[in-house]
Design a protein around this ligand. Structure first.
Ligand SMILES: *Cc1c(COP(=O)(O)O)cnc(C)c1O
Length: 415
């Protein structure tokens, strides 16, 4: 996915998808490449020196403990990916064949796939304009309608997008009222807070990702956390093939092979120590974009409500064609032509062919319903936001955008 700009570009050598920064001012600028601290090798070397190459081992135990401390003493289970953590989390909540699971529509497909993999049916919930995350009013309507129809949802999967938490101050009381557990997809929001509490502590179960593009990475990996230690113990059991305690291989139920490798957990330990500075850098990058482009007519950055402290994992904005005189797609093309990787915002799940026919609740139901996530997809763009991006590189991005917008204004003035 990260390579698509590079593969379209014949001048770019495909050998190294993540070129070190500041080598060349014309080097491609990627959306969110891995940012190593240098200390990762110390933990990997230790794993090699002690031959803890097999899955599990001391780095996994330490990474789980250290990660749990960042969340405020939460029990944690390291997993092979964020998707694995979501799959396990839904299984722990008892989601199975024929169940309904409510799920944020405006997200990456990895949030929704595990629902189907368990034989359950996703029903998608729109975003609200204030946070771009799950609309509490649409959630309430979905719970009312489905419960009245005798199809009370088994769980609500709430996603925190682009480094920002969903509005759990509103969502949690609704779920408590209806007595439906929350699985929090915090894959994109590690380091953020909501109402002063760490993102990923609002769900009954939460899932994180350490994929290469996330704010910290293990190259690939994830984490499941839960308020009840017994749930995490069961997550470990299910994630290790559901092997019963016996000298031979005894199995009563079907499990998964979803644990993290001890080598990769070593990378995560070094990365975790840099989390605070990574958040600060991503926010600085956002502020530079905002200061340079925020006053241009038709450009609207993803808002940050008062209850939220976003990491600005990705700087995201919308381009209103009527006010800007140009479109998101024109901007994407101009950036790609300059070897700058930008992306449309996530295409909502209710618009994906994969989920055609699934239920959907829009933010506003009155009259012709206003579909917030569809609009955010149509006009939304994510800009390069990697914490290793230099100020000079970011200036290149901003110059291209300012140039396109300037041209649009001139054309509009002439017509
Ligand atoms: C990255 C991501 C995931 C999946 O994580 P992986 O580690 O890539 O499996 C799930 N949900 C969201 C919202 C993500 O951005």
């Amino acid at each position: 996915m990260l390579l698509s700009v590079a593969s379209r570009d014949t001048h770019f050598t495909p050998m190294c998808p993540f070129p070190p920064d500041s080598v060349n001012d014309n080097a491609p600028i990627l959306l969110s490449p891995p940012h190593m601290t240098g200390d990762e090798k110390l933990f990997i070397d230790e794993a090699f020196a002690t031959n803890w190459i097999a899955p599990l081992g001391p780095n996994v135990d330490a990474f789980e403990r250290e990660f749990g401390e960042v969340l405020g003493a939460m029990p944690c289970c390291a997993t092979a990916s964020g998707t694995a953590a979501i799959h396990l989390g839904l299984a722990l909540l008892g989601v199975g064949s024929g169940d309904v699971v409510l799920c944020s529509s405006f997200t990456f497909v990895a949030s929704a796939n595990p629902i189907r993999l368990l034989g359950a049916e996703p029903v998608f919930i729109d975003s609200e304009p204030e946070s771009w995350n799950m609309s509490p009013s649409a959630l309430r309507r979905a719970l009312e309608v489905l419960t009245a129809a005798g199809r009370k949802p088994k769980a609500v999967l709430v996603v925190n997008l682009y480094g920002q938490s969903a509005d759990f101050g509103s969502i949690r009381p609704i779920c408590e009222e209806w007595d439906v557990p929350i699985l929090e997809d915090a894959a994109e929001s590690l380091g953020a807070t909501c109402l002063g509490h760490p993102s990923g502590t609002f769900g009954d179960i939460s899932a994180f990702s350490f994929n290469g593009n996330k704010i910290i990475t293990t190259s690939g990996g994830g984490m499941l956390s839960a308020h009840h230690a017994a749930r995490v113990t069961r997550a470990r059991f299910l994630a290790t093939q559901a092997r019963e305690p016996a000298p031979h291989y005894e199995h009563r139920e079907a499990g998964f092979n979803y644990r993290m490798s001890n080598v990769l957990a070593g990378i995560g330990r070094a990365q975790l120590r840099a989390l605070g500075s990574r958040v600060a850098t991503r926010r600085e990058i956002f502020t530079r974009y905002h200061d340079a482009l925020g006053a241009i007519p038709g450009i609207h950055f993803m808002p940050e409500p008062a209850w939220s402290h976003s990491t600005r994992w990705l700087t995201a904005l919308t381009v209103d064609p009527k006010k800007a005189g140009t479109t998101r797609d024109v901007l994407l093309q101009a950036l790609a032509a300059r070897k700058i990787e930008a992306r449309p915002t996530w295409k909502p799940m209710h618009l994906q062919p994969l989920f055609a026919g699934c239920g959907y609740f829009a933010h506003e139901s009155a009259g012709c319903s206003r579909d917030t996530s569809a609009r955010l997809f149509q006009d939304g763009i994510c800009l390069p936001s990697g914490s290793s991006m230099t100020v000079t590189q970011q200036q290149r991005v901003m110059d291209v955008i300012a140039g396109v917008m300037q041209q649009a204004t001139t054309c509009r003035g002439a017509s």
